[in-house]
Design a binder for this molecule. Structure first.
Ligand code: ADP
Length: 502
């Protein structure tokens, strides 16, 4: 029970109430007792004086037994709990009204009597109780004078019965019993209400803790409905939220984040495995071919015609080239992914770059009988970009366009100014009239190693890294890469670069 927060709070609350209740009752009893003594003593302040004025009690140092008995008798009738003592000037008890054998003291201290008569101390003033060696009681006292001198004192003990303990006192008084019960009942009610309040308050924490345990028990993989019980709290307006609500919504956000990250981790892991498989496959194929041709050349040394030898060597060189291209592309992509490539932004003329790149592909386009054309205005502003990286991206796009466009087709490289103001952008489009990309494969063509399966004979397949590299480069320049394609009709890739503002 004490292991739970509710148990601890309840125990503390119960303890506090117990201490407060006991202290309150004890202090009430103490002050009530003092108050009663004060009132009693004040009411009987002149009692001793009045008794003396009724009879002559001492004459020439001798006790007047007749007068004394009359007073004892009178008091027995009026109030039997009042005890009267006759004291000499040293406080010695000369006579008393109490039953014989009950009086334990031979004398009482005269100090309280002097304070009583001097009226310098506030009531209640307690004096020695002749019946008990350890107890003190309230009293009334008056000096007895005769023939012009002080003869002794009349010492009247007022409370015949005193309560020794609080329990006795409560038992002895209906009012005290009633008020004690009222206080105890009130405290019990407040304690009960407090326990219910704590229960309700900690209920949300218990629910949250259960959700957290369930979440961690599910290896952080259970979908969000595991914590949906607390999710509603996070939708409450921020002003109505207390710390527990905020804790709940923070937990829900945290759980969402963890789930997201777990998902990303799993995806990354799957991607990594796929990547390793692809890389090893793509490296192994050209390597095996290369090895095969070289071994054949070695085995058939002297048996091959020079033409055959040349053809074998050319094929081996082609595979070597493919291998080298693949390795450098992989290296390039790894560097881009690891953010190791920091673009060096500078102003340059995009038109000139487009011309240069087109020039590079002029020969191969002529060989394939494809029309390669450019479209842009001569007065285009400079762009601010990394010239080397943009050249690489254009190379990839043009290379693809020429590869996937059949003989007699057209490849167009155009630049348009999107916004004529100074802060505008130049939009680059590489379009072809080639085979196009099936619509359902378009979202995947930028994935590394993804290749659209085609049954076109003689078409040289790349490694599927070119577009992945291009997209990273374009994204480094803050632009997305767009693609529009119609199957058997053509494809257009688009990206934009910011205009240089001095
Ligand atoms: P690859 O080196 O195999 O061309 P890319 O990443 O450059 O790899 O391209 C991925 C896939 O996208 C290719 O397999 C190809 O089928 C398709 N693709 C890219 N450019 C074009 C294009 N201009 N026309 C048609 N298909 C294209």
């Amino acid at each position: 029970m004490l292991k739970t927060l509710y148990g601890k709070l309840s125990a503390v609350l119960f303890g506090l109430f117990l201490v407060v209740g006991v202290l309150y009752i004890l202090s009430t009893l103490f002050t009530t007792r003092l108050y009663l003594q004060e009132v009693n003593q004040r009411l009987n302040e002149t009692l001793a004086q009045n008794l003396i004025s009724q009879e002559i009690l001492m004459e020439s140092g001798q006790i007047n037994q007749e007068g004394l008995q009359k007073i004892f008798h009178m008091l027995m009738v009026i109030n039997p709990s009042i005890e009267v003592y006759l004291l000499n000037l040293e406080g010695k008890i000369l006579a008393y009204s109490a039953p014989p054998g009950k009086v334990k003291r031979e004398s009482v201290s005269l100090d309280p009597v002097a304070r009583y008569l001097g009226k310098k101390t506030a009531f209640p003033i307690l004096g020695d109780d002749p019946r008990d060696l350890n107890r003190q009681k309230i009293f009334s006292a008056a000096p007895i004078s005769g023939q012009g001198s002080l003869q002794g004192y009349l010492y009247v003990i007022l409370a015949g019965e005193e309560y020794d303990s609080a329990a006795q006192m409560i038992q002895g008084s209906y009012i005290l019993r009633l008020s004690s019960m009222t206080i105890a009942g009130g405290l019990a009610f407040v304690l009960f209400a407090g326990l219910i309040f704590f229960y309700l308050l900690t209920r949300r924490l218990r629910r949250l803790s259960a959700s957290m345990e369930k979440f961690s028990g599910s290896d952080f993989s259970e979908p969000l409905n595991a914590v949906s019980a607390v999710h509603s709290a996070s939708t409450a307006p921020p002003t109505l939220k207390d710390e527990i609500d905020r804790l709940e919504s923070t937990f829900v956000r945290m759980a969402d984040r963890i789930l997201d990250q777990m998902k990303t981790l799993q995806q990354t892991d799957a991607l990594r495995r796929e990547l390793v498989a692809n890389v090893s496959h793509d490296l192994r194929t050209p390597l095996a071919s290369l090895q095969g041709y070289i071994e054949t050349l070695l085995l058939k040394e002297g048996k091959l015609t020079p033409e055959e030898q040349k053809a074998y060597l050319e094929t081996a060189a082609c595979h070597g080239e493919r291998l080298s291209k693949l390795v450098s592309e992989l290296f390039e992509l790894a560097k881009l992914d690891a953010h190791e490539v920091q673009p060096h932004f500078e102003p340059f003329s995009l038109g000139e770059l487009v011309q240069d790149v087109t020039q590079k592909f002029h020969l191969s386009s002529e060989k394939k009988q494809i029309r390669l054309q450019t479209h842009f205005r001569a007065d285009l502003p400079f762009v601010r970009a990394d010239i080397g990286l943009i050249e690489r991206a254009l190379d990839n796009l043009l290379d693809n366009a020429l590869r996937y466009t059949p003989q007699g087709g057209t490849v167009t490289l155009s630049i348009d100014q999107e916004n004529r103001q100074e802060t505008g952008k130049l939009v680059v489009r590489v379009s072809d009239t080639g085979c196009g990309i099936p619509p359902d494969e378009i979202p995947r063509i930028f994935d590394r190693f993804y290749r659209v399966q085609r049954n076109t004979p003689g078409e040289t397949q790349g490694a599927g890294l070119g577009l992945a590299i291009t997209r990273r480069i374009v994204e480094l320049h803050g632009s997305p890469i767009g693609v529009e394609s119609t199957l058997h009709s053509g494809t257009t890739f688009t990206f934009s670069l910011p205009v240089y503002t001095p």
